[in-house]
Design a binder for this molecule. Structure first.
Ligand code: C2E
Ligand code: CA
Ligand code: CA
Ligand code: CA
Length: 272
C-alpha cells in the first residue's frame, strides 16, 4: 500500500503484523539494501529559539527501494531491530552522519552538532562505546559534535546504562533522551546519568492543551534543575513556538523551521 507519509512524500507502508510475506520480503530486501546503497540520510535542523540559528541537525534514515520506493523508518526499523540488521545499518548511519558533519566543518560552516538515533539493540551490544569511538577516529569528527539520541527504555537496565553513558560522556560525546515523557523513566536515576539533553516528545508539542503545557513545563524545569538542556520536537506552528518560548524552552526542531532535508539542501541551509 502506498500512502502520503508525514514528510509529504509517498511512503510505502506495510502492516508487519498482518502480512507475514511482506515481512519476509522486507527482511530479504534489507540484507541487500546496504550493499546496494539504497539507504541515505536526511538532516533536520535544530534551532536555538532565541537566535533562530541552526545549532544542530538530526540524521534521519531513509530507505529508497528500487522497486517499492521509499519505505518509512517506522516500518523497517522495528524489523531491523528484531533481526539484528540494525547493527550494521546503525553503524552505517553513524559513520555517514559523522563523515557528513566533518565535511561541513571542513567546508568552513559554523559547526553544528549531529544527532544520531541509537536503537536498543545497538545500545546493548558489546563494545558499543568502542565502536562509536572508532567511527569518530575514522571520520575525524571531534566527540563534542556528536549527540546520541537514546530512549527512556534504554535506561531500564540502570547499571548497563550508567556504564555506557559515563564512558560516552568521558569521551565527550553528548547523549539526549528522545521522546522524553512517553516511556518508563526512573526520575531518581535520571539525575545520576550523565545526560546532556531531554527531547520533549512531539505528542505533547502537537497538542499544547493545558494538560500538555503542564507536562512540557515540568520537563523544562526538570531539565534545568538537572543541568540538562531541553529541545522540543515536532514544532509546526508559530503559536507552539510562542508557548514554548514562554515556558523557557531553548531549542526546537520541527516543520516550522525545516523539514528533514537532503544533504545538499542542508548544506545550502548551513551556507546561507
Ligand atoms: P524520532 O527520532 O522521534 O524522529 C522524529 C520524527 O518526527 C522523524 O520521523 C521526523 O521526520 C518527524 N518530524 C520532524 N519534525 C516534525 C514535525 O514538525 N511534525 C511532524 N508531524 N513530524 C516531524 P521519521 O524520519 O519518519 O522517523 C521516524 C522514527 O524512525 C524516528 O523517530 C526514529 O525513532 C526512527 N529513526 C529514524 N532514523 C533512524 C536511525 O538512523 N536509527 C534508528 N535507530 N532509528 C531511526
Ligand atoms: Ca530522534
Ligand atoms: Ca523523537
Ligand atoms: Ca519517536
Amino acid at each position: 500500500a502506498k500512502e502520503k507519509g508525514k514528510n509529504n512524500y509517498q511512503f510505502f507502508t506495510v502492516d508487519l503484523h498482518r502480512d507475514l510475506s511482506d515481512k519476509m520480503m522486507l527482511e530479504r530486501e534489507m540484507h541487500k539494501a546496504i550493499d546496494e546503497q539504497q539507504f541515505y540520510l536526511e538532516y533536520q535542523p535544530q534551532i536555538d529559539m532565541k537566535t533562530n540559528k541552526i545549532i544542530g541537525t538530526e540524521a534521519l534514515l531513509r530507505w529508497n527501494h528500487p522497486k517499492i520506493g521509499l519505505i518509512s523508518p517506522a516500518d523497517f526499523i522495528p524489523l531491523a531491530e528484531e533481526t539484528g540488521l540494525i547493527i550494521p545499518i546503525g553503524s552505517w548511519v553513524l559513520e555517514t552522519a559523522c563523515a557528513q558533519n566533518k565535511a561541513w566543518q571542513e567546508a568552513g560552516f559554523p559547526p553544528v552538532r549531529m544527532s544520531v538515533n541509537v536503537s536498543l539493540r545497538q545500545f546493548m551490544q558489546q563494545h558499543f562505546v568502542e565502536k562509536v569511538e572508532h567511527i569518530l577516529e575514522q571520520t575525524g569528527l571531534a566527540p563534542e559534535w556528536l549527540d546520541l539520541e537514546i530512549t527512556e527504555s534504554m535506561t531500564a537496565d540502570v547499571s548497563h546504562a550508567q556504564k555506557v553513558l559515563s564512558c560516552l560522556r568521558e569521551i565527550g560525546i553528548h547523549v539526549s533522551i528522545d521522546d522524553f515523557g512517553t516511556g518508563y523513566s526512573s526520575l531518581s536515576y535520571l539525575g545520576k546519568f550523565p545526560i546532556t539533553k531531554l527531547k520533549i516528545d512531539q505528542s505533547f508539542v502537537r497538542d499544547l492543551s493545558e494538560d500538555h503545557q503542564a507536562i512540557v513545563k515540568t520537563i523544562i524545569d526538570l531539565a534545568r534543575n538537572l543541568n540538562m538542556k531541553v529541545i522540543a520536537e515536532g514544532v509546526e506552528s508559530q503559536e507552539q513556538a510562542r508557548l514554548l518560548l514562554e515556558m523557557n524552552c531553548t531549542e526546537a526542531q520541527g516543520y516550522l523551521y525545516a523539514r528533514p532535508l537532503s544533504a545538499l539542501d542542508m548544506t545550502k541551509k548551513l551556507s546561507g
